[in-house]
Design a protein around this ligand. Structure first.
Ligand code: COA
Length: 318
């Protein structure tokens, strides 16, 4: 099936917000946050726009692949937090990268990067594109309720990108959605009105039932990973890294034990980033490549879950 990951890149804001600083904003402690989530610090945009972060990550991925702007047939961005609703984030990044090709956003919340990868694969399989730039970029701190200690400690900002070329690297992929659980994690639109009437919509801050999302995350992650491994005809021993959505270290540890992976097979950077929604897998992947931990030919499993509620997993030969 479809693509090879030819290049990877990432970017984050300059300013960090560590747990200590958060204790001056809400009633929490470094000990609580670290022991319940694994997070020690996160990046928070102050002067950067999301478009700038997305462009930086994309440039790094293109340089990493040695790809020219003119060779790119399609740009897909995953985000819940674009600088503008219209133009889309994908539309906004084109100018910064001097690319002229079709460009659109996908929004599947934290699962969005994997939804975008499968969309890119489908374009390639249909013969509509040979080189696709996929960027996942998020500014969750735009939507965080800074008075809600149960959620504001979790999120951070960042962007990751992959430059995909036609190849055989996507060994299996499965996307899911469970609408009966959609109210467990909501970011609304704020008060809205049309020419006909004014409606009270949910506020644009994030509201979440943490413990229920935790259960969904563990269950879906275990099921989705088993399914894509079966579909690829592989077992945990064939996988160099699980590259999971970084939401909570305890979620990853519980799933790891149930699935039979060793500790060093689970890639983690949550301590420095917190949860960057759909950007998290793309950032982690780029860091693994940059650190020389991922070699050509290694098999990885990516897995995500999030608002919708959505979930996704795929097996990729790097
Ligand atoms: N600091 C200190 N205490 C906190 C706190 C904080 N930041 N946030 C919550 N608490 C308190 C609660 O008020 C509660 O106190 P109580 O027992 O006196 O009522 C206690 O800690 C336990 O709360 P609970 O919500 O049961 O904690 P938890 O162990 O489930 O951890 C999350 C909370 C949010 C960290 C955890 O549920 C989680 O990570 N869920 C998944 C969320 C997620 O990944 N969302 C994104 C999906 S993409």
């Amino acid at each position: 099936m479809s693509f090879t990951i030819a290049g990877t890149g990432y970017a984050h804001p300059v300013r960090t917000l560590d747990n200590e600083e958060l204790t001056r904003m809400v009633d929490t402690s470094d000990e609580w946050i670290v022991s319940r989530t694994g997070i020690r610090s996160r990046y928070i945009a102050t002067t950067e726009t999301l478009t700038e972060l997305a462009v930086s990550a994309a440039r790094m991925a293109m340089d990493n692949a040695g790809a020219e702007a003119a060779s790119i047939d399609l740009v897909i961005c995953s985000t819940v937090a674009g600088d503008t609703k219209c133009p889309t984030l994908a539309g906004n990044v084109l100018g910064g990268l001097d690319i002229r090709c079709p460009a659109f956003d996908v929004n599947a919340a934290c699962s969005g990067f994997l939804y975008a990868l499968q969309t890119a694969a489908a374009y390639m399989d249909a013969g509509l594109a040979e080189t696709v730039l996929v960027i996942a970029a998020e500014m969750m701190t735009r939507h965080v309720d800074w008075t809600d200690r149960a959620s504001c400690v979790l999120f951070g900002d960042g962007a990751g990108a992959v430059l995909l070329q036609k190849g055989e690297g996507l060994l299996a992929c499965r996307l899911r959605a469970q609408p009966d659980k959609k109210n467990l994690l909501v970011i609304g639109q704020g008060k809205s009105h049309s020419v006909f009437e004014e409606t009270d919509a949910a506020p644009s801050v994030l509201a979440m039932n943490g413990p229920e999302v935790f259960k969904f995350a563990v269950t879906s992650m275990c099921r989705d990973i088993k399914e894509v491994l079966d579909s690829a005809g592989l077992g945990p021993e064939d996988i160099r890294y699980v590259v999971p959505h970084q939401a909570n270290l305890r979620i990853l540890e519980t799933a790891r034990q149930r699935l039979g992976f060793s500790e060093d097979q689970i890639a983690v950077n949550i301590e420095r980033y917190g949860n960057t929604s759909s950007a998290s897998i793309a950032i982690l992947l780029a860091e693994l490549v940059e650190q020389g931990k991922l070699q050509r030919g290694d098999n990885i499993v990516c897995t995500a879950f999030g608002g919708g509620l959505t979930s996704a997993a795929c097996v990729i030969k790097y």
